[in-house]
Design a protein around this ligand. Structure first.
Ligand code: G3P
Length: 200
């Protein structure tokens, strides 16, 4: 499938756009890789104290995942091409060509990809994230539980085996990229949303 290869490249380049770094620069904030968890993502941009910058990072990183899927569908991609575009965008966010392949953990981009597959899927996973975040104030724990729920919800909604494979792969990579967060959660040292400075 030649189309799938084009969509992979397109998704990867879109996913490589690091909105945490771009938005922080535009707002005159410190580079998110230089403080807090060091992660170029919305959660860490929020630690700068600028909520609008964090929101725009979330929206931008999610939009690029959604856009990769939407474009693949619009340009005639089959279910494999669409799924390939989505996983490529997620991969681009985690390993961006523009940041020497050191990217983010992929929570917002995964949400955008889920929205591209199925709006209900995104709504379910965003609800899991929000519920856990509201109760525990741990952004990472919310992401981990949403990541576990994503393949289950994809299978339940019957979104097709290509989407299920892409979502499962995303969740596995997302969880692996939260290794340090998992260690901190287990040690009780993970920073909470709106909490005091993180211990690392
Ligand atoms: O958005 C990623 C989130 O799950 C954790 O981010 O900065 O606390 O490592 P951070």
């Amino acid at each position: 499938n030649m189309n799938a290869l084009v969509f992979v490249l397109l998704g990867y380049l879109l996913g490589s756009l690091p909105f945490a770094v771009i938005v922080s620069k535009a707002f005159g904030l410190a580079d998110p890789r230089s403080f807090g968890s060091g992660n170029p993502g919305a959660t860490n941009v929020l630690r700068s104290g600028n909520k609008l910058a964090a929101l725009l990072t979330l929206v931008g990183d999610a939009a690029k995942g959604w856009l990769a899927i939407w474009l693949a569908g619009k340009w005639g991609g089959d279910s494999l091409g669409v799924a390939a575009a989505g996983i490529a965008a997620f991969f681009g966010h985690a390993f961006p060509v523009f940041l020497k392949f050191k990217g983010g953990k992929g929570v917002a981009t995964a949400l955008g990809v889920l929205a591209g597959f199925n709006g209900w899927l995104a709504l379910i996973c965003a609800s899991v994230w929000l519920l856990v975040a509201l109760v525990t104030r741990y952004s990472s724990l919310a992401a981990l539980l949403a990541a576990v729920s994503a393949p289950v919800a994809t299978a339940w909604l019957g979104s097709g085996k290509e989407a299920l494979m892409a979502v499962t792969a995303m969740s596995v990579i997302l969880i692996l990229r939260h290794r340090d967060n998992i260690k901190r959660l287990l040690a009780g040292t993970e920073g909470r949303i709106g909490g005091k400075k993180q211990s690392d």
